[in-house]
Design a protein around this ligand. Structure first.
Ligand SMILES: C[S@@+](CC[C@H](N)C(=O)[O-])C[C@H]1O[C@@H](n2cnc3c(N)ncnc32)[C@H](O)[C@@H]1O
Length: 206
């Protein structure tokens, strides 16, 4: 049986040095073309954003857009989420976005579902206490499992959630959240065009 060793990388603990500032760092895991990474970086020039995906050709678009816009607060990392804790030191990351991740609805344990509490427990190795995990998704089972798993564990607080972001929910939010939640990824737009509804869960790590 092949043995895959966790990869050690020279970037672990070095990301603030890379960005040449001490500003908060947000990750988008499974970023695809990187719409959230670039969209957030445009809106928050005094924070840093890293898009992560195993498929480098997908985030080539986001990287090209960031370069064309002259954004200095964006990076992309090609790796599998399974290895993510090898790339970040404790307390190095402030927030994580999981945007339309492969749903894996049959995976009740969560070992393949990167929105699961099983994965969140790994993210805690480098996510600050009080840091956020944002899950935006079309799949009702991903939404249901997130509410179930995080709602049951005192180490997590579900700060807000909605079955329909673009229903009444957005009108109830402050303009900051209204703005952020309306960033649309490639997959989100595809699912909206098919008539699916976008769901959102914001989890705070205690
Ligand atoms: C359904 S797409 C969503 C892409 C993007 N977030 C969006 O909303 O358009 C899922 C993405 O996650 C990536 N992905 C899936 N499993 C992964 C893993 N284990 N590690 C890293 N990336 C992964 C895929 O390459 C793909 O780009």
């Amino acid at each position: 049986m092949p043995i895959i060793k966790e990869q050690q990388t020279f970037m672990k603990g070095e990301w603030h040095g890379f960005f040449q500032n001490q500003a908060p760092i947000t990750l988008e895991l499974g970023c695809g073309k990187g719409e959230y990474t670039v969209g957030l970086a445009q809106r928050y020039p005094h924070r840093n954003f890293i898009g992560v995906d195993v498929k480098g050709h997908r985030f080539h678009k986001g990287a090209k857009d960031a370069l064309q816009m002259g954004l200095q607060n964006v990076a992309f990392l090609r790796t599998r989420v399974e290895f993510i804790a090898s790339y970040f030191a404790p307390d190095e990351v402030d927030e994580i976005w999981l945007t339309f991740s492969d749903p894996q609805p049959q995976d009740k344990v969560g070992v393949r579902r990167i929105t699961s509490k099983y994965y969140a427990d790994k993210y805690r190795q480098f996510l600050k206490t009080g840091g956020y995990i944002h899950i935006k998704h079309d799949n009702p089972e991903v939404y249901r499992l997130a509410l179930l798993e995080f709602g049951d564990d005192p180490r997590y607080e579900i700060e807000t959630h909605t079955f329909d972001v673009y229903g009444e929910y957005l009108t109830q939010q402050t303009s900051e959240w209204q703005d952020i939640l309306q960033i649309r990824t490639y997959y989100e737009q595809m699912w909206l065009d098919e008539g699916r509804v976008t769901k959102y869960v914001r989890v705070r790590c205690l």
